[in-house]
Ligand binder design. Sequence first.
Ligand SMILES: NC(=O)c1ccc[n+]([C@@H]2O[C@H](COP(=O)([O-])OP(=O)(O)OC[C@H]3O[C@@H](n4cnc5c(N)ncnc54)[C@H](OP(=O)(O)O)[C@@H]3O)[C@@H](O)[C@H]2O)c1
Length: 316
Amino acid sequence: MQKTAVIFGGTGFVGRNIVKALAQRGMRIKIATRVPEAAFFLKPLGDIGQIVPVAYDPADYNTIAELISGADYVFNCVGILFEKPGKQSFTHIHAELPESIATAAAISNVKRLVHISALGIDTSSSNYAASKLDGEKRVLKAFPNATILRPSIIFGKDDDFFNKFAKIAQVAPFLPLIGGGQTKFQPIYIEDVVKAALQAIDMPTSDKTSPLGKAYELGGAEVFTFKQIFEKLLHYTGLQRCLVPLPFEIAKMQASILSLLPKPLLTKDQVESLKSDNIVGKKALTLSDLNIQPTSLDIVLPTYLTTYRPGGRFSA
Ligand SMILES: NC(=O)c1ccc[n+]([C@@H]2O[C@H](COP(=O)([O-])OP(=O)(O)OC[C@H]3O[C@@H](n4cnc5c(N)ncnc54)[C@H](OP(=O)(O)O)[C@@H]3O)[C@@H](O)[C@H]2O)c1
C-alpha cells in the first residue's frame, strides 16, 4: 500500500523541497494550499496523479480535517514573516492553524506529524517568536507524538534570504548591519532540513532515539554573525558594498516605513528578533540526534550566488 502524506505549505520553500523528496519515494502527496492552481508547478515532481493540490481554508477546521482524513503522515510548513492587519496574524497562522492541523491529525490517527517551527523562539521577545512558541505548545497538546523541527535561517538555491539580500546588494550602495550585525546565526542547508523531516517519519519509535514528542534544533555546521553572513554574500556575489552599522532604534524607524509596502522588506518585529541569537542550544536535540551531518555554507552558496556577479555567472 502506498503511504499518503499531506503537506500544509507545500508550495513554500521548505514545503516544496519536502514534496520533492517524498515524491521520489513514490508516496501519494496532497498539497494543502489556499490556491491549488499556484501548486500545479509541483505536479511534475511526481508521476501522473501522484501529487494532488487540494484547496483548504486555514480558518475552517472542517476543510483541514477532510484533507487529513486517511493520511499516514502530515507535515506543517506554513509560516509568515509579517502580519497584515485584518488579513493574516501570527496567532492565526503560527498557533491556531497548527492546533487545528494537530487536532485533526490526532482524530484521524495519523502516524506521524512533523511541525516546522523556528530556532531561537524561546529567547526572542518578538511577536513572531511568541506565536511560534504558542504554536508548538498547542501542537504537542493536541498531538503529543508530534515531532517539532526548529531551523535557523535556511539556505539553498531558491531560498528567500540570501537571494533577497543578493538582489538588494545589486542595486543598493550599502547593506545595513542592524544592531551592528553582531547577532549570531547558524544557517542550515535546505537539504539537511528535508533529511530531518524524513528522519522524523523514518526513525524507529521503539528506543530512546524515537523522534515522537521531541523538538530538534536545526543549525548548520558553523555559527556566523550577521556581519559575517553579509561578508559571505558579498564574497560569493563579487559585489563590493559597504556594510553600514544601523542601531536597532533607527532600524525600527526605517521598518515602520518599509512595513507599509505590500510585502515589507523589514518590520519592527523583525528588528526585535535580531536582538537575540539564533543558534542551537547546548542541551538541545539536534541534527546529530537525527544522524545527519550538516552541510557547509561555503559548499552551497557558490552554486547559486555566483549568478549575481557583475557580468554574470561566468565572469572572472
Ligand atoms: N525559510 C527559512 O529560512 C526559515 C527559517 C526558520 C523557520 N522557518 C519556518 O519554516 C516553515 C516554512 O518556511 P518557508 O520558508 O518554506 O515559508 P514560505 O516559503 O514563505 O512558505 C510558507 C507557506 O505558507 C503558506 N502561507 C503563507 N501565508 C499564509 C497565510 N496567510 N495563510 C495560510 N497559509 C499561508 C503558503 O502556502 P499556500 O499559499 O500554498 O497556502 C506558503 O507556501 C515556516 O513555518 C517558517 O516559519 C523558515
